[in-house]
Write a protein that binds this ligand. Sequence first.
Ligand code: GLU
Length: 455
Amino acid sequence: MTSPSLPPVASVVTRFAPSPTGQLHVGNLRTALHNWLWARRHGGRFLLRMDDTDAERSTAEYAEGIRADLAWLGLHPDGEVKQSDRFALYEARFAELVAAGRLYPCYETAQELDLKRKVQLGRGLPPVYDRAALRLSEAEKAALEADGVKPHWRFRLDHDSLIGWTDLVRGEQHFDPALLSDPVVRRADGSWLYMLPSVIDDMEMGITHVVRGEDHVSNTATQLQMFTALGAQPPAFAHEALLTGSEGKLSKRLGSLGISAFRDSGIEPISLIALLARIGTSDPVIAVTDAAPLVESFDFAHFGRAPARFDEQELALLNQKIVHQLDFAAVQSRLPGGMDEAAWLAIRPNIETVSQAADWWRVVTGPIAPVPTEAEDRDFLACALALAEMQVFDEAIWQKLTDALKQESGRKGKALFLPLRRALTGFDHGPDMKQLLPLIGRERAIERLRAAIAG
Ligand code: GLU
């Protein structure tokens, strides 16, 4: 779906790159959604990349959970890769960069590096790696390796020019590479850190836009040089302000709450999508039942720099508004057997979650919990019973019954409607009686009025 107001972006390809070391939370989901929205908006492709280079913490179960959450939300990827399948590719690119002198072996221990940082900080200097390993002679390196010291590898940043890019959210960004440490890309045991494999994948997968949280901004500065070192044109970047809870910063609870917790509490997938598409942007949050309007209006230019506030109460209210608009077809499979479209339309305005429809359906089908009848209502209900027995229970039954009762009893307003509602449903409030009474039907209505007169 390309919008006439935006210049066409040639075949947009985005990716969502979670580490399968835990379940998705709202913060990750927002990143996934924005990648999906941007790709859909431009008729492009949205890819899923499992960043599972950390073999110890990544599990197939978490990967499956991520796929299931995305599927529940309707964010279907157009393809999936996992980094653990791609080590040969990383190895080949690694060798190229070593040959080009852009990767160099380092032999310091974690303790030595820590000490260096402390000394720098103590002198009021930025804790930037001093490149001591670059000054080692071949003989010194050979001696270390002969001693069994295995190197880890750093990417040598080019200090000759400033790093800059136009971020789709943050605008012009500049970094002085001299103030950044050469990043470690590979550990002494041969395992990969996130930084370089991500660049290699973005190149190989033809990613045109990297959409992620602003905690990655300084990674981007170094990754841009990696793209160039590998002879690739870097993608565009959009770094979004992070998500916070209503009381500031994503609470531990929200940060660890899986997407299934929202599903279990009756939140519709489209409700999460509608909220997460718009918070932190200049566009209002709207109650939609389909993502199309969100796709059409999605634009990084609408994003602010302030953190996006995620408020669970706002989500619950939005969800309620959305439930009130859901078509029967969208919910049918989740409704109790026998509950038809007329019943859904009657009950829909009175529920906060779809599962609550079953509670009102039980009120229709009965048996209901009887409410004791007030003495002054007994004659009135007896009159209602007599009138109901004479009526045909069609669509207009509530109107006919209450019109006739009004005439007979002289009652109006609450005195007219409340005792009837109570007797017929067992509640003082609920769905519109005009729609509910035809569903309750003649037999049950008469039985309930009898019980109320006796009770
Ligand atoms: N696996 C990385 C993360 O979850 C991906 C970051 C990126 O989008 O490049 O932070």
